[in-house]
Design a protein around this ligand. Structure first.
Ligand code: C5P
Length: 294
């Protein structure tokens, strides 16, 4: 008996970052959106904890398979929370680029919580699931909730935003990952004069509103660490993206398209310019959800 749960990548439509707190985190005011790139996590009962990670289209060589693996930590945390002496095999099929600023590890953790909750019939209340998720990482609660949501605190305090729009994104993952703590540390060196400005309200805005509002306070820091990312940004503009935005702490860049055809046109132009890894995704999509009982 096993359960497979699918969890989405996240992007930050607005990522407003305040000054470093005493606990080593930064206060955020962010508008999250879950987009249609997914990791699938299958859990089965086992004598010992283990994790395996495979992918058809994502480089998974940098995913840790030891105690640092966030899915494994999620599984153990849920078992401990319920006082259970049980273990599971966790199999992750990745479709979310690794270390791309799209919270792939957080998606795996959220999916593992939901999958084991079902496999072991624990019926953990939502409030407890969100608290466990927050212990695992700032982005994990959002991976449970999905859709479009406002994030406060260090990102872990998530409130859904009514959003009936459907956005088309052209996603350029970037060849080499960036470390989130390094990007935040670089942000601290020179935060930028308008960093930390509050995110605007976000209830089914139109495309023009969104284009105006998109913002990422971490983008200058990521560009200082990885100046060649400016080429990706400029290529997306030149290919006709309505707006261009760094995803989270990067290096993934996002181009906003007007619709499906526009997204495919932008992708074609990027490919012709030699950008090799480009994907199309829509948002918002659901948070971690069961897709199969096997
Ligand atoms: O919460 P999470 O473990 O995903 O955070 C990883 C790292 O990113 C933190 O250790 C911290 O350096 C940085 N971070 C931050 N402020 C946040 C979220 C993350 O400085 N709001």
């Amino acid at each position: 008996m096993g359960v497979t749960v699918r969890a989405p990548a996240k992007i930050n439509l607005v990522l407003s970052v305040g000054p470093l707190r005493d606990d080593g985190y930064h206060p955020l005011d962010t508008i999250y959106q879950a987009i249609s790139l997914y990791d699938d996590v299958t859990v089965t009962d086992a004598e010992e904890w283990s994790v395996e990670v495979t992918s058809a289209d994502v480089d998974v060589t940098d995913v840790p398979l030891d105690e640092r693996n966030l899915a494994l930590r999620a599984g153990r945390l849920l078992a401990d929370h319920h006082g259970l002496d049980r273990a599971a095999k966790v199999s992750v099929t990745k479709g979310i680029p690794v270390a791309g600023g799209m919270a792939g590890g957080s998606a795996d953790a959220a999916a593992t919580l939901v999958a084991l909750d079902r496999l072991w019939e624990l019926h953990t209340p939502d409030r407890e699931m969100l608290a466990l998720a927050a212990q695992l990482g700032s982005d994990v609660p959002f991976a449970l909730v999905g859709g479009t949501a406002r994030g406060g605190g260090r990102g872990e305090l998530v409130t859904s935003v009514p959003d009936e729009s459907s956005l088309w994104w052209v996603v350029v993952p970037g060849a080499e990952g960036l470390s989130t703590p390094e990007v935040y540390a670089e942000f601290d060196v020179a935060p930028g004069s308008d960093a930390g400005a509050p995110a605007p309200g976000w209830e089914t805005p139109d495309l023009a509103d969104i284009v105006r509002a998109l913002r990422n306070d971490l983008e200058p820091a990521a560009l200082r660490l990885r100046p060649e990312l400016a080429e990706t940004r400029d290529a997306l503009h030149a290919a006709g993206a309505r707006a261009v935005l760094l995803s989270g702490s990067g290096p993934t860049y996002l181009g906003l398209a007007a619709d499906r055809h526009d997204a495919h046109d932008i992708l074609d132009r990027l490919v012709r310019r030699g950008v090799s890894d480009v994907r199309i995704a829509t948002g918002p999509v659901a948070g971690a959800h069961v897709v199969e009982y096997v």
